[in-house]
Design a binder for this molecule. Structure first.
Ligand code: NAD
Ligand code: DAU
Length: 354
């Protein structure tokens, strides 16, 4: 039995589905179901007794402690977070509350539970903290990729809140000896991603014939990892990761944003032709404040120590992703409710074409 937090979000729900298929042991899934959480992602598990879904907040100590005492998990895999950089710029408070205070609360509940365990359960327990490469800040084109020893330099409120949570996790290992493992991953893409992030937003807009809003000059670089590869990386870190260590997870797929959007347009031209090339919809808009220039991951440590490396090529992963969104238009319709439309006007109205 493991306890997953945020398991109704994009990566969390992919992880729960992947875990069930690969490991099969039961999962307690604690998720607040914010705008980003969607119980429909787990519909295929609705009759599966191995999956226990609990709607609640990681900040609710009584709830978390009760779940730990009742289900006695061997591990906590912590995904729950506010995750969108643009939202953190327009409203950082919720990011501090969930990512920092929420993680602190989860760590405190976990510490009480873990301290009372008998051996060997105590030393076998793991608190796996899912974090991001954004904690390392921004690279120039000639800088070496982020490694586990790169100094933290978070630039957005989101990145700062994740960095703070990473520091707390580190301290709980160093001070109390709690067996924590932290993973820092690059940009994920794939099925079930909420259409506020670059790839699903561009797919949705293109299918509706709407402008494709590229921030700044579109030259910012990200490293892209197919979500299924992230899930297998987390499983490897959970099984074989050394307590107190951090592992970078990346896709060896650096692309600038314009390259990504053009690649999406070409796939859509082929799979869903609209009469005119989708690339005609590309519109340059006002840049994100403090926009990090480049992220790149050196994933040598996880490859050498844990034998993990990504298996999906960016081009094939992107094609699968576009096909998934084409096949799941009802899912997109369901998640892009009134609240989604409010966000789109809040974020994009002030960014008239550059
Ligand atoms: P997401 O926004 O899609 O999902 C977050 C989930 O957490 C949602 O289901 C939401 O309901 C839940 N949640 C939010 N606040 C909560 C709270 N207080 N209590 C309980 N549940 C709460 O995020 P994602 O993209 O799936 O990211 C998951 C994790 O992975 C995050 O910690 C993020 O920082 C990290 N990460 C994401 C990426 C990426 O590219 N998306 C890359 C690296 C790391
Ligand atoms: O690097 C890991 C991080 O990747 C995760 O920790 C975050 O949770 C996740 O959201 C993601 O952050 P980014 O800011 O890199 O992702 P996003 O999809 O928001 O943007 C990717 C790039 O595309 C970035 O350079 C900004 C740009 N962009 C984004 C949007 C939403 C646009 O040009 N236009 C857009 O409309």
């Amino acid at each position: 039995m493991i306890l997953v937090t945020g398991g109704a979000g994009f990566i969390g729900s992919n992880f729960v589905l992947d875990w069930m298929a690969a490991e099969g042991s039961p999962v307690v899934n604690l998720d607040k179901l914010t705008y980003a959480g969607n119980a429909e992602n787990l519909a295929s598990l609705s009759k599966d007794v191995r999956h226990v879904f609990v709607q609640g907040d990681i900040g609710d100590r009584a709830l978390v402690s009760g779940l730990l005492d009742k289900h006695k998990p061997e591990a906590i895999v912590h995904f729950a977070a506010e995750s969108h950089v643009d939202r953190s710029i327009l409203g950082p408070g919720e990011f501090v509350q969930t990512n920092v205070v929420g993680t602190f609360n989860l760590l405190e509940a976990a510490r009480a539970y873990w301290s009372a365990l008998a051996e060997p359960a105590k030393s076998q327990f793991r608190f796996l903290h899912v974090s991001t490469d954004e904690v390392y800040g921004s690279l120039t084109m000639s800088d070496p990729a982020f490694s586990e020893t790169t100094a933290y330099a978070p630039n957005s409120p989101y990145a700062a809140s994740k960095a703070a949570s990473d520091h707390l996790v580190r301290a709980y290992h160093h001070t109390y000896g709690m067996p924590t493992v932290t993973t820092n991953c690059s940009n994920n893409y794939g099925p079930l991603q909420f259409p506020e992030k670059l790839i699903p937003l561009m797919i949705r807009n293109a299918l509706q014939g709407k402008p494709l809003p590229v921030y700044g000059d579109g030259k910012n670089v990200r490293d892209w990892l197919y979500v299924g590869d992230h899930c297998s990386g987390i499983r490897a870190a959970l099984k074989k990761g050394r307590p107190g260590e951090t592992y970078n997870i990346g896709g060896n797929s650096e692309r600038n944003n314009l390259e990504v959007v053009h690649a999406l347009c070409e796939i859509l031209d082929e799979l869903h032709p609209s009469g005119a090339p989708h690339a005609k919809l590309i519109t340059f808009v006002k840049d994100r404040p403090g926009h990090d220039w480049r992220y790149a991951i050196n994933a040598t440590k996880i490859k050498n120590e844990l034998g993990w490396q990504p298996t999906e090529k960016f081009e094939s992963g992107l094609r699968k992703t576009v096909q998934w969104y084409l096949n799941h238009s009802q899912w997109v319709e369901n998640v892009t409710s009134g609240a989604y439309r409010n966000w789109i006007s809040q974020n994009y109205e002030g960014r008239s074409a550059a």
